[in-house]
Unconditional design. Structure first.
Length: 120
């Protein structure tokens, strides 16, 4: 039962962080194509790791994380007020390269399928 609640809260936090990120005016965050890949919440809901990825690559994601870290207080306040949680988790932003990695895999699969289509 506890796993269900943490998963639900993690998805809610992810949804709200995405909404708040769109409203931020920091150029390190605003000018980038960012994706919140996943949110991991501790069992007692006091900490949350937020994995952020950028389409431009890991360096762009690291720069965006710097902007998100400087806005952590604002993001945490907004998430807490929107979700009406008793205790809003402390947010830790982590740069992730999974979107970039996924795009590379997609390009390789596309290349293989083109080669197979040419052979047939």
């Amino acid at each position: 039962m506890a796993g269900y609640k943490t998963d639900r809260v993690a998805e809610d936090i992810k949804r709200e962080i995405i909404a708040v990120m769109r409203e931020l005016k920091d150029p390190r965050v605003k000018d980038r194509m960012l994706t919140v890949v996943r949110v991991e919440v501790s069992n007692d809901l006091s900490f949350a790791k937020v994995y952020v990825s950028a389409l431009d690559g890991i360096e762009s994601a690291k720069e965006a994380v710097k902007g998100l870290v400087s806005a952590t207080g604002h993001i945490r306040h907004e998430v807490g007020s929107r979700l009406r949680l008793r205790k809003t988790p402390e947010l830790k932003f982590i740069a992730d390269d999974s979107v970039e990695h996924g795009m590379e895999i997609f390009k390789k699969i596309e290349k293989i399928s083109r080669v197979e289509n040419e052979e047939n």
